[in-house]
Design a protein around this ligand. Sequence first.
Ligand code: HEM
Length: 210
Amino acid sequence: MADKHDEMNRSTTPVDATFHHRLKTMTAPFHDALESTRLAQAMASGGVGRSDYARYLTQLYVVHSVIEPRVRQWAQWADYGIDIERRARLELLRLDLAALGVAEPSTPMQRVWDERWGFPEAVGVMYVLEGSTMGGRFLAQRLLSIVGNDGLPAMRYFSAYGDQTMRMWGEYTHFLNRYAQDATLAEHNRVLLAACALFLRLQEILSGTD
Ligand code: HEM
């Protein structure tokens, strides 16, 4: 049974459709900063070369390799009907890198996940990674010309969910709002902080100030 303090802190605001909005609004400046990194700009303009693109995928590979095994440890995903395995994209990054002839990166990435974190932080970092499939849809059109050694555009990662992208995103944002209804205000803040932290860390990584 939840203790009284916990019950009192539980959100009583009608959060349906608003917690995602809050997350989006709060992280928007960080997303904008990420989009304006040189590498992201080059990708968005279609002017990215093969080696820069491979560098982007390598960096994201390392981020996913740290985060994915950590987030999948919580049973709560299934309680909310979220198939967390379906949202794993590490293998797609590995295939894209292999198609570009780039070896699997081995350096572990620091400071994208804190071992003291729990489910609320997992929800926040997955918001950031899942949301990137939205921009991915747009970027994929710009990346068609970067063909791998297998003769296919090396963009399995960016087009991960294909025509299911909107449905997958809708499912995640719906989950965010339902989770927020069950969570305490402290847990809301943990989701928000973890999302902001990952955005900021990605900015350092992608701008090469790592
Ligand atoms: C060149 C780089 C990028 C571009 C051009 C871009 C573009 C976009 C666009 C157009 C959307 C809105 C899509 C829609 O609402 O239909 C979006 C959403 C989003 N992107 Fe990016 N993006 C980029 C990089 C990233 C990266 C690297 C991440 C994180 C790893 C990221 C995380 C997100 C998130 C979380 C959202 C969802 C915002 C929300 O609706 O809550 N983006 N992006």
